[in-house]
Design a protein around this ligand. Structure first.
Ligand code: FAD
Ligand code: UDP
Length: 370
């Protein structure tokens, strides 16, 4: 019954990257996905000639030259640099936290003056080793920035107190004492010209793909169809939730076409006060410097997750991480099943990390780089 060498469950970046490598090695691969399209969360939908990031804004960035070169096999990248603006009660601030932000907050014009203000605020708090996001944020940038640009956004994004969140989440954001609004520190950054589907189409070229196909709807048959399975879905679902659910934060996207060529002048505007129900508004055309006469915007509303709703962000608190370790112990005993990607690894992974992780798995599994 082994028609294929590999069955890949999930046509997201992890599954597609693994499938591409396996195909290069002459393996027979079938990729299935329960959605109506491939690409997982990087999928783009064309609306009025604009590539709409259907599952939230996606900006590619990496420090890793082989990964950057790898994605260039499939698409050219433009020079887009993410520089979101924060709107707090109608006032605008540059992100990430940099000299422009400090000037907007305190009218300071030198790094020394900005450092002095932040240092004074931090010292008055006496935080030794931060144990949660709030303490970590306060220790990084002090009270003013925390209150205006972090607390409200974070608590609505995650649906809990910042004191209940792990510190690592806020370390994603750079703090710098130069006038530099680049949201990322990585050497490479851009948006694939023509959208992310180009990359997915390239990765899956020549590979058998079945959409609208849920592994769990015919698990026994799928287990027989290939010698090995690469599973990129949720880990708890794979083991029928026997140790309990791994929790996520979900999102709701509200999309609007507006009869203007430029609604907000930037691809990403964050709304950092607690009373605005959405976290950000994305104006998709700006990712590709679009000149269309109309525009498409998406408001991103964080939502509670329950079994069955779309799992966007893993909630990596102690309870969930311990649960995940229990699942991982089972997964490590599997001989025919490999697990990878943001759902199966229950990790807050960026795209380049998912690609890197799939490359490592492919290399190990296929042994093509000896
Ligand atoms: P996914 O893309 O989730 O793919 C998994 C696939 O498996 C899905 O298509 C799903 O339908 C399928 N599947 C699951 N279960 C089954 C089943 N039982 N049967 C069949 N198919 C199944 N990263 C960046 O680098 N830059 C960004 O700017 C960025 N922005 C983001 C914004 C948001 C709102 C979110 C949520 C993520 C963002 N990311 C960003 C992260 C990025 O989306 C992920 O790193 C990447 O898409 C994960 O790929 P994946 O293949 O692991 O998972
Ligand atoms: N964050 C914030 N204010 C902002 C943007 C981000 O406090 O204006 C915090 C928030 O806790 C968020 C984290 O920083 O969850 C990481 O932000 P990032 O933009 O990397 O999140 P993503 O794009 O993955 O949703």
């Amino acid at each position: 019954m082994d028609t294929y060498d590999y069955l890949v469950v999930g046509a997201g970046l992890f599954g597609a990257t693994f499938a591409w490598h396996a195909k290069q090695q002459g393996k027979r691969v079938l990729v299935i996905d329960k959605r109506t399209h491939a690409g997982g969360n990087v999928y783009c939908r064309s609306v009025e000639g604009i590539n709409v990031h259907a599952y939230g804004a996606h900006i590619f960035h990496t420090n890793d030259t082989p990964i950057w070169e790898f994605v260039h096999r499939f698409a050219r990248f433009n020079r887009y640099t993410n520089a979101p603006v924060a709107n707090y009660k109608g006032e605008l601030y540059n992100l990430p936290f940099n000299m422009n932000t400090f000037y907007q907050l305190w009218k300071v014009t030198t790094p020394a003056a900005a450092r002095e203000i932040i240092q004074k605020q931090i010292e008055s708090l006496h935080i030794e080793e931060p144990t949660n996001l709030e303490e970590q944020a306060l220790k990084l940038v002090g009270t003013d920035i925390y209150e205006k640009l972090i607390k409200g956004y974070t608590e609505k994004q995650w649906g809990c107190k910042a004191t209940e969140l792990p510190a690592f989440i806020i370390k994603r954001l750079p703090v710098r004492f130069t006038f530099d609004n680049n949201y990322f520190n990585d050497r490479y950054q851009g948006i694939p010209e023509g959208g992310y589907n180009r990359i997915i189409d390239g990765l899956l070229e020549g590979v058998d793909v079945r959409l609208n196909t849920n592994y769990f709807h015919d698990r026994d048959a799928f287990n027989r169809i290939a010698k090995k399975i690469v599973y990129t879905g949720a880990m708890d679902e794979f083991y029928d939730y026997r140790f309990g659910e791994l929790e996520y934060r979900s999102l709701r996207f509200e999309e609007e076409i507006l009869p203007t060529d430029n609604y907000q002048g930037n691809a990403v505007v964050n709304y950092t006060e607690a009373s605005v129900p959405y976290t950000r508004i994305i104006e998709h055309k700006h990712f590709e410097f679009g000149t269309q006469p109309v525009t498409v915007i998406t408001r991103e509303y964080p939502e509670a997750w329950r079994k069955g709703s779309e799992p966007y962000y893993p909630i990596n608190n102690t309870l969930n991480n311990n649960r995940f370790k229990q699942y991982q112990t089972l997964a490590q005993q599997e001989t025919h099943i490999l697990f990878g990607g943001r759902l199966a690894e229950y990790r807050y992974y960026d795209m380049h990390q998912v690609i890197g992780s799939a490359m490592v798995m492919a290399r190990k599994e296929l042994e093509f780089l000896k």
